[in-house]
Each structure stands twice: as structure tokens, then as C-alpha cells.
Design a protein around this ligand. Structure first.
Ligand SMILES: NC(=O)c1ccc[n+]([C@@H]2O[C@H](COP(=O)([O-])OP(=O)(O)OC[C@H]3O[C@@H](n4cnc5c(N)ncnc54)[C@H](OP(=O)(O)O)[C@@H]3O)[C@@H](O)[C@H]2O)c1
Length: 311
């Protein structure tokens, strides 16, 4: 039976992937997590080389998907050692252990490996990361490709999907400010939203579907190697995302566009990823943003949701 190990199954992408793989009745899936380990997720600290080796030896997966990472740019900027441990060294450790057993390794990377000045970016475009997060992910890509031949990097842009906490995604993290700006109180100010950086929000269940299609190739003995990219196809600034969120929530939000970047950590302007390598293989799915975001809002655990509810 084809066996897949999902490393970082408790995260935003990892959960969507485990849900998608559950539909594949003839595959076996083993999930790992760190802080959120539990009955359905094996505890594994990917910084612990010995524990990683024992896990791979015991489980003997045919494929490994690395969705564990430190993906918050501000944390990576302030703690480059942590960023390196998770985004570079752990990728090398996992890939070396999996490689010894002949497993195919798919490692998730980011559009932040590019500087955002010349979109769209093909998979073979020259990376030039602007911040510590992008640099660590680029080094992680290299760690994977240097360590094993049977490996693949999947670059993704801004993700959103079913969430347990607004802050999990830079898309849903806008909700509390949107909701607060819609208050009738005269003391409440408009919410200022970035109208400079162009993003291509990508729905985690679509990415999970793409990964399942890639795993199917591996199961058939046609493993995809090298670098591939997947992206949604609707360009939006955070200001435009906020307008669509407010519509979906039926809130009369007061939003002000901010046309110059204000982030403490430098972020690229537009890293649109060209998805044509996967498209040429017949791989891909894109749910329209307005449909997908309504699914996310409808599934959110609203009891703790900060006083707003879905339309
Ligand atoms: N989110 C985005 O917008 C975005 C955009 C482009 C690319 N990406 C990439 O997509 C991938 C998935 O991101 P995500 O948003 O799903 O991340 P996430 O929600 O922050 O999840 C991170 C995962 O890493 C695990 N983890 C953290 N420290 C660990 C450790 N020491 N040992 C083992 N596992 C550990 C976490 O486990 P616990 O929670 O159980 O501790 C969690 O499962 C990452 O490679 C990220 O760089 C994300």
C-alpha cells in the first residue's frame, strides 16, 4: 500500500492536505505535528535528527510531504537561527533520512524567494529573496535538491483556507480589523489596508488537491522532480481582499487604502508564480476567491470569532 507521511500536519496547509488524502482510501497516511500532536498526529520535532531518523525507519513512507516550517517573516527576521533550523537544516535531515529508504520528498517553499520586481516568475527564474524568511526558504530548497535526487520543491504564494484562528493566514487576519471598522461607534476609525503589494491568494484545499495529483504520479512511478509552482490566478492587494471579505461578511466596513509599504520586514511587490509546469502535466485546480472565502467563513468556529459572523 502507498504510504505518505505528512510532516507539519497540524498547520494551515498540512490540515487541508490530510483532509484531501483521507479521500484516497487505498493510501495510508501518517501525520506528524509538534505543539499540536495528539491521537491522530505523531509528535515529531524535526530539529531532532535522531527522532527524524527513527520516525522514517519505523514508518517507511513511500513519500514525504514537508509542510512544517517557520513561515512568519517577522519571526524569521528576529530569530534567524530558528528560521534556519526549521526551514533549512530540518529539510536536509528529513530528505537524507527519506532518501536512504528511497522515498520521494516534496518540500513546500514560497514565492518570497523572488524579489517581486519582474513578475510572473517561472520555476527556473533567478531567486533574489528580500527578507530572512525568503532567504531561509531558498536555502531549504537548495538543501533538498543537494541531498536527494528523488525530491521536488513546490513553491506557493499567500495561502488561506479552513482556519482555527484568524491569525493563521494573512487573508483571514484582516477580519478583526474589518469587523471593528464596521462598528457604529463614532470613536471607531477606518481600517488602513495595504494597497501596494500584489498577492495571489491561494486556497489550501486547492493546493492539497494539487499535491494529491503529484503524489498519484509518484505512486505510479512517475515522480516529479526539481522545482514546480502553484498559484491562484486572481491578483489582489490586501485592501482588495478586505473589500471582498467585508462583502462576504455583509459588513459596512470603513477601509482606507495605503499605497506605500509600511511593513517593518521588507516584502516583495508582486511575486506572481507561473504555474505552467504543473498545468502542462494536467495538474491543478482553482476555486474562485469569492466562493472559497465563503467556505472558510462558514466553517470558522464562530463562538470565539470576535463578534462577527458569516453572511
Ligand atoms: N501560509 C502562507 O501564506 C504560505 C505562503 C507560501 C508558502 N508557505 C509555506 O507552506 C508551508 C506550510 O505553511 P503553513 O502556513 O501551513 O504553516 P503553519 O500553519 O505555520 O504550520 C507550521 C507547521 O509546522 C509545524 N512545526 C513547527 N515547528 C516544528 C518543529 N520544531 N518540529 C516539527 N513541526 C514543527 C507546526 O506544528 P505545531 O503547530 O503542531 O507545532 C505546523 O504543523 C510552509 O513551508 C510555508 O513556508 C506558506
Amino acid at each position: 500500500m502507498f504510504k505518505v507521511a505528512v510532516i507539519g500536519a497540524s498547520g494551515l496547509l498540512g490540515r487541508a492536505l490530510v483532509d484531501e488524502l483521507a479521500q484516497q482510501a487505498d493510501w495510508q497516511v501518517v501525520s506528524t505535528a509538534f505543539r499540536r500532536a495528539g491521537p491522530s498526529r505523531v509528535a515529531l520535532d524535526i530539529r531532532d535528527e535522531q527522532a527524524v531518523g527513527q520516525f522514517i525507519e519505523r514508518e517507511a513512507p513511500d513519500a514525504l510531504v514537508i509542510a512544517a516550517a517557520e513561515r512568519r517573516p517577522d519571526i524569521c527576521e528576529n530569530d534567524p537561527a530558528l528560521a534556519r533550523a526549521l526551514n533549512v537544516d530540518a529539510v536536509r535531515t528529513l530528505a537524507a533520512a527519506a532518501g536512504q529508504r528511497g522515498a520521494w520528498v516534496l518540500s513546500i517553499s514560497t514565492d518570497y524567494v523572488f524579489d517581486g520586481t519582474h513578475p510572473p516568475y517561472r520555476h527556473d527564474a533567478l531567486p533574489a529573496p528580500l527578507n530572512a524568511y525568503g532567504r531561509s526558504k531558498l536555502e531549504g530548497e537548495r538543501a533538498l535538491t543537494e541531498t536527494i535526487e528523488l525530491g521536488c520543491v513546490l513553491r506557493l504564494p499567500l495561502l488561506y483556507g479552513p482556519t482555527v484562528d484568524w491569525a493563521e493566514s494573512a487573508v483571514t487576519s484582516l477580519v478583526p480589523a474589518i469587523a471593528a471598522s464596521a462598528s457604529d461607534s463614532p470613536d471607531v476609525k477606518a481600517a488602513t489596508m495595504d494597497a501596494w503589494a500584489i498577492r495571489y491568494p491561494t486556497f489550501t484545499p486547492d493546493v492539497a488537491f494539487v499535491i494529491r495529483q503529484m503524489l498519484e504520479r509518484r505512486a505510479r512511478g512517475e515522480a516529479i522532480r526539481g522545482i514546480v509552482q502553484w498559484s491562484g490566478d486572481e491578483p489582489m492587494t490586501k485592501y482588495e481582499i478586505a473589500i471582498r471579505l467585508a462583502e462576504a461578511l455583509q459588513l459596512e466596513a470603513r477601509l482606507t487604502p495605503q499605497h506605500t509599504p509600511t511593513d517593518a520586514t521588507p516584502r516583495p511587490h508582486n511575486c506572481h508564480l507561473d504555474s505552467s509546469r504543473l498545468e502542462a502535466l494536467g495538474i491543478g485546480r482553482r476555486t474562485p476567491f469569492d466562493t472559497a472565502i465563503r467556505q472558510v467563513l462558514a466553517k470558522f468556529p464562530w463562538q470565539g470569532g470576535g463578534g462577527v459572523g458569516p453572511a
